[in-house]
Design a protein around this ligand. Sequence first.
Ligand code: CMC
Length: 392
Amino acid sequence: TGYVTLDSGYKNTGATKSAITFLDGEEGILRYRGYPIEQLAERSNFLEVAYLLIYGSLPTQTELDNFAHQITTHTLVHEDVRKIFDGFPSAAHPMGILSSLICSLTAFYPKSLDPNQSPEETNLNIIRLIAKISTIAAWSYKNSVGHPLNYPRNDLDYCSNFLYMMFAFPTEKYEINPVVVSALNKLLILHADHEQNCSTSTVRLVGSANASLYGSVSAGVNALWGPLHGGANQEVMEMLEAIQQDGGNTQKWVDKAKDKNDSFRLMGFGHRVYKNFDPRAKIIKKAADDVLKALGIDDPLLKIAQELEQAALTDPYFVERKLYPNVDFYSGIIYRAIGIPTEMFTVLFAMGRLPGWIAQWKEMRENKEPIGRPRQIYTGELERDYVGIEQR
Ligand code: CMC
């Protein structure tokens, strides 16, 4: 193992070449295929960004219409998927349901398992996945609250259809609020890719064994679920609620995060790559303000979040370590304002990150990258003789 260098957590190891997302952590720059995240969040919509990430350039109107049409016509899931839902207890976390059901698509579309599938077949699986994730996600919520499931509506755009499936109730008229649709588009765009983060690296690593797109993305969902990764958005909300119940003393919680004898970390703070403001957090902070105003909501948790941010940003512990708010810090405030329950926050992150996972999986396949197989520095016993159980 003389030639193996150790890099725990791959802090300095580039695992691949990629032409999808540019990230400069020192300067706080994020670009998808060269386009600044600020411009995309302001002017684009989620499906257009998904197209950009997956196919490499912004679509023409015809290309976008065609892409959106294909996705709309694949949103239905096989009726047998409903039977799988019935097997989950209502307390099941929706992320567990999401990863299981994405993986179950391999059973409904077995051609997806063929590593030599045609580009048309791959494209069909890409379309199916983007289409069906919204139905599966909305149903996982309906299942958790015991409400009847809503079938997708082809007359609605991607975000509106998801909101309809999440919130429409048979006994009530459901009206789509454009403020909510626009906020959702923005959040999904901001989450759509982030180069070789934990879940994306997982998707690439699993996919490098020629595993199917569904299997690879299902693995990515599980990686994202972890509280140090996408699961942090749920943790942030729970932390803000705990601070509120504790009397709102934000400095006390900042001190708790600094205490090395306490495993608590300030959720939504710090990042492996950003040693400056996370550009997504800047956009989300402003969007949270705008959305709350537009919806006429006065959320006391926003004030707590702002105070907490201020307390941390002026504390030498956080300053020295260059710990800034990340994408997860303010996103929950918006999710909450548009009615998304806390347990669904990470599912929304997964829906947003899906085009990134797909683009990275596709890039890896097209570049014919070798199977991912890290080495190790062995630290165990060198050699010993087997001892019979009676002599141990
Ligand atoms: N609260 C308190 N201390 C922190 C925090 C925090 N949130 N984040 C990092 N530190 C400290 C850490 O204890 C260490 O201190 P010391 O040098 O004294 O040992 C130093 O800062 C460096 O941290 P690290 O753990 O070595 O950094 P990392 O790059 O391995 O971890 C991180 C990055 C995001 C996992 C970490 O900052 C963290 O746990 N943050 C809270 C969870 C979170 O918000 N995750 C979302 C990440 S962004 C979007 C996403 O991926 O989903």
